[in-house]
Design a protein around this ligand. Structure first.
Ligand code: SF4
Length: 214
C-alpha cells in the first residue's frame, strides 16, 4: 500500500495563534442555528428518556450498545458518544444498578471489561432508539447532495472542536492519515486504506480502520 499523503490540518498551536476577531453576521447566524438545534435535541432527548426514567446519556449508551453484540469498552463508548470517560463511567454505573447493562470480561483479553446489554436493557434500548426520529424526518427533507455537504461541514466543525479539546477525539475521516481530500469542491475524496473514492456522503464519523494523523 502506498504511503498515505498527509493533508493540511491546522495544529492546535496554529489555532491558538490565530488572532481573535469579532464574529461576522453569518458566523453569528450559524451559531444561533446550531444553538437552536442543540436546544431541540436536548429537550427531545429528555422527553424520549423520561418515560423510562433514564437520562439522555443513559439512553444514548443503550442505543449505542445495540449496535455491538459483543459490547463495548468504557473508552469506546465515550469516544462514540463524544463524552468524557468520567461521564460515561457514571452513566454506566447507574445502568448497571438498574439492571440494564452488565460488565463482562472480554473473550479476547480477560483484563478488559466490556459493557453489554441485559435482556431488559435490549428492550429499553429499543424504546430509546426512536427519540431521534423527529430529526431523521428533517434530515430526509435534504437532497442526497445537501446531506453529503452537511456531513462534510459537520465533520469539519467537529474537527475544529476536537483540535481545541472541546470534544473527545472521534475516529473520523478528516483526522485520518488514510484520508486524501479531493482536489476541488466537486471531486471525490479518497480513502487510501480501502483504496476507494469517498463521496462527501460516504465520509465516516466512527471508522474502525481510522488511524490518527501522525
Ligand atoms: S474511511 Fe476510515 S480508513 Fe478511510 S479515510 Fe475514512 S476514517 Fe480513514
Amino acid at each position: 500500500m502506498d504511503r498515505p499523503h498527509k493533508h493540511p490540518v491546522l495544529k492546535l498551536e496554529q489555532y491558538r495563534d490565530m488572532p481573535d476577531h469579532p464574529a461576522s453576521s453569518t458566523e453569528q447566524n450559524l451559531i444561533t442555528g446550531l444553538h437552536k438545534i442543540s436546544l431541540v435535541l436536548k429537550s427531545q432527548a429528555w422527553k424520549g428518556a423520561a418515560p423510562q426514567k433514564l437520562t439522555p446519556t443513559q439512553g444514548e449508551i443503550l442505543v449505542q450498545l445495540r449496535q455491538e453484540v459483543n459490547g463495548q469498552t468504557l473508552s469506546q463508548l465515550a469516544s462514540h458518544l463524544g463524552i468524557t470517560l468520567a461521564t460515561t463511567s457514571d452513566a454506566v454505573s447507574m445502568l448497571v444498578k438498574k439492571g440494564l447493562v452488565s460488565k463482562v470480561r472480554s473473550p479476547e483479553d480477560a483484563r478488559q471489561l466490556r459493557i453489554t446489554l441485559t435482556a431488559e436493557g435490549q428492550a429499553e434500548a429499543q424504546k430509546s432508539a426512536g427519540w431521534t426520529d423527529f430529526l431523521l424526518e428533517a434530515v430526509q427533507d435534504l437532497s442526497p447532495e445537501e446531506q453529503g455537504l452537511m456531513l462534510h461541514m459537520l465533520l469539519k466543525l467537529i474537527r475544529g472542536l476536537q483540535t481545541r479539546d472541546h470534544v473527545p477525539a472521534a475516529q473520523m475521516c478528516l483526522t485520518c492519515q488514510f484520508f486524501q481530500p479531493g482536489e476541488g469542491p466537486s471531486s471525490p475524496h479518497f480513502c487510501q486504506f480501502t483504496q476507494t473514492p469517498l463521496k462527501p456522503m460516504d465520509l465516516k464519523l466512527d471508522c474502525p480502520d481510522h488511524q490518527d494523523i501522525l
